[in-house]
Write a protein that binds this ligand. Structure first.
Ligand SMILES: [Zn+2]
Length: 49
C-alpha cells in the first residue's frame, strides 16, 4: 500500500510527498495562518496520542 496522501490543513492542497505539503505550507501560507489553524484544530475533540 502506498502512503496516504498528505493534505494541507488550511486549504485542499495534497501530495503524496509529505515534504511537498510542508513546502506548500511554508510558501503558500503565512506562519500566522498556520498557527491559527493549528490552534483551531487543537481543542478537545482532537485525537489523543
Ligand atoms: Zn494550503
Amino acid at each position: 500500500m502506498a502512503n496516504d496522501p498528505q493534505t494541507c490543513p488550511i486549504c485542499e492542497f495534497s501530495s503524496d510527498a509529505e515534504t511537498d505539503v510542508y513546502t506548500h505550507l511554508l510558501t503558500s501560507h503565512r506562519k500566522r495562518a498556520i498557527t491559527e489553524t493549528l490552534l483551531e484544530v487543537r481543542p478537545a475533540h482532537a485525537p489523543q496520542r
